[in-house]
Design a protein around this ligand. Structure first.
Ligand code: SAM
Ligand code: SF4
Ligand code: SF4
Length: 353
């Protein structure tokens, strides 16, 4: 099927969709499989905070795959059509293939994707595709080996990530999206090289504004390169033409190279918030449901699950959470919220972006 048509179908509003206080349906569920990661990207899990003694979730605190499946299936019954597995690093979960198989079998799931740093993807891509995964998004901040190393917290191997991307392509996990977080003075001068590398490959690079997620990365506005500035820099090399969103609620502003070399996207959560169409809920690895990336609290679903809640009770809890939802953090972002004088926000590594 044509991807444009497929995408339109995926997130088409339905009259009986549960809607939040601002009229937004629940269409996407992002599921964080674990809070651990094999990288220490300074903007997400700085090594100084996430050191050898850091207390990650214990096994019994993590949702089991059966519990994840149950929550996902209830969410699908309420209108969710897109599922994304994330983390931490989701490929550290050795049983991820089995979970994908079960999630892919849920009637009503039209898009099953996974976000990964790509390090462990090479040997697994084919099995993941065979299990029913539709697409992968691979995070890659620079093709400069030294900058890449720094931005992975000294853990990443660039060649291995590039091999992961190639394996995903061979496995048909397309279209492959490459997520690049851009930080001023860190990797912004390497963005053009990265774009050049992926032009003409069919992979879609999305340049992401560095966000004030969580409380541990020391975010400052002057580290953000506004998408408008980046757009100007890219246009100095290759003229771009804006193209429409492929479905309601899509976060990236899409552009195509006028010379036909493919598509790129800009995710401008800081300078051009897109809360109006935000249809995403996020489930942390320990079973807390968050209705915003910048939430200061969420709802524990693990407890009712482990106390024997059935599907109807879970559906009731989920729809009540969604009906009350009025989040629009990015639209309301104020200096007080971003500089640490506000309540603690959930960390990105817990809910996976
Ligand atoms: N470990 C996997 C990965 O890196 O793809 C999945 C989880 S990671 C939290 C998901 C995405 O969040 C990545 O693309 C990462 O670059 C992005 N991210 C993390 N912290 C961010 C920040 N402060 N601003 C913008 N994007 C961020
Ligand atoms: Fe790990 Fe992804 Fe966070 Fe980097 S962005 S530390 S790879 S979870
Ligand atoms: Fe959605 Fe919250 Fe991001 Fe707004 S700030 S787009 S409500 S996740």
């Amino acid at each position: 099927m044509d991807t444009q048509i497929a995408a339109d179908t995926v997130n088409a509003d339905r009259p009986d969709d549960v809607r939040d206080a601002l009229g937004r349906p629940l269409h996407d569920l992002r599921i964080s499989l674990l809070d651990r990661c094999n990288f220490r990207c300074p903007y997400c899990m700085p090594e100084t905070e996430f050191h050898a003694d850091f207390q990650f979730l214990r096994k019994n605190q993590l949702l089991s795959h059966g519990e994840i499946l149950k929550i996902a299936s209830v969410a699908v019954s309420l209108g969710v059509t897109k599922l994304r597995l994330t983390g931490g690093e989701p490929l550290l979960d050795k049983q991820v293939g089995g979970l994908i198989e079960s999630l892919a079998a849920l009637k009503g799931v039209h898009d099953l994707a996974l976000t990964t740093n790509g390090m462990l993807l090479g040997p697994k891509a084919t099995a993941l595709a065979e299990a029913g995964l539709n697409r992968v998004t691979i995070s890659l901040d620079s093709l400069d080996a030294e900058i890449f190393r720094l931005m992975s917290g000294n853990r990443g191997n660039l060649d291995q990530v590039l091999e992961g991307i190639a394996a995903a392509e061979r496995a048909g996990l397309a279209p492959i999206k490459i997520n690049t977080v851009v930080q001023r003075g860190v990797n912004d001068h390497t963005v053009i090289d990265l774009l050049e590398h992926f032009r003409g490959t069919g992979h879609i690079v999305r340049l992401i504004e560095y966000m004030d997620v969580g409380n541990r990365n020391g975010w400052k506005m002057d580290q953000v390169v506004p998408s408008l500035e980046l757009l100007g820099r890219v246009q100095e090399h290759w003229p771009l033409r804006a193209i429409g969103r492929s479905y309601p609620g899509e976060v990236a502003r899409r552009y195509e190279y006028v010379d036909g070399a493919g598509e790129i996207g800009f995710i401008s959560s800081v300078t051009e918030p897109f809360c109006g169409a935000c249809s995403r809920a996020r489930l942390s690895a320990d079973g807390v449901l968050y209705t915003c990336l910048f939430a200061t609290s969420g709802t524990n679903l693990r407890e009712p699950l482990r106390n024997g809640a059935d599907d109807a009770e879970l559906a009731d809890i989920l729809s009540r959470i969604w009906l009350q939802r009025a989040d629009r953090y990015s639209e309301l972002r104020t200096p007080g919220v971003a500089d640490g004088h506000a309540p603690s926000k959930v960390e990105m590594y817990r809910i996976g972006g």
